[in-house]
Design a protein. Structure first.
Length: 148
């Protein structure tokens, strides 16, 4: 799926696997795509694979059951997934600088956590960057990391 108005080609986008041009209505499909197929820039097999992925997405989103309207959003608890996300976030943090070799901190070290996001989760921006999270944590309100 393209970012909003992030598609600038027909054949290159389709051949790279861009199935959905956002937002609609599309500017680079329709007659332009038919012409790219006629000239051999896009093969029918690429179209078949693309269509299969779109139909798989539509099925997984319940669009065949409710084709005219959005189904209500639902929260699905999944402890395995949540644990994976928590571990990935912790392991994905990168130390950019370790002046004076102060890290790792010893267990008896005190630290100050200062600022708005110490207690208020920052989940993203507005619009399409908004994130509705089942569980949100902050440095002060985080559960302990999972033990392996």
């Amino acid at each position: 799926m393209s970012d909003w108005m992030g598609t600038y080609s027909t054949a290159d986008g389709v051949n790279a696997g861009v199935e959905l041009e956002m937002p609609g209505p599309t500017k680079w499909r329709g007659e332009k795509l038919l012409q790219a197929i006629r000239t051999g820039e896009v093969s029918e097999s690429i179209i078949d694979k693309s269509a299969e992925r779109v139909l798989t997405l539509a099925k997984s989103l319940g669009r065949f059951e409710a084709p005219r309207g959005e189904l209500p959003e639902r929260a699905v608890e999944n402890k395995t997934r949540d644990s994976f996300i928590q571990d990935s976030a912790a392991e994905g943090m990168v130390l950019l600088k370790n002046d004076g070799q102060v890290l790792p901190l010893s267990k008896d070290t005190s630290i100050a956590i200062i600022g708005h996001h110490a207690t208020v989760p920052s989940l993203g921006g507005g619009g399409s960057a908004r994130v509705d999270s089942l569980h949100a944590v902050t440095p002060l309100l985080s559960p302990p990391l999972n033990k392996r």
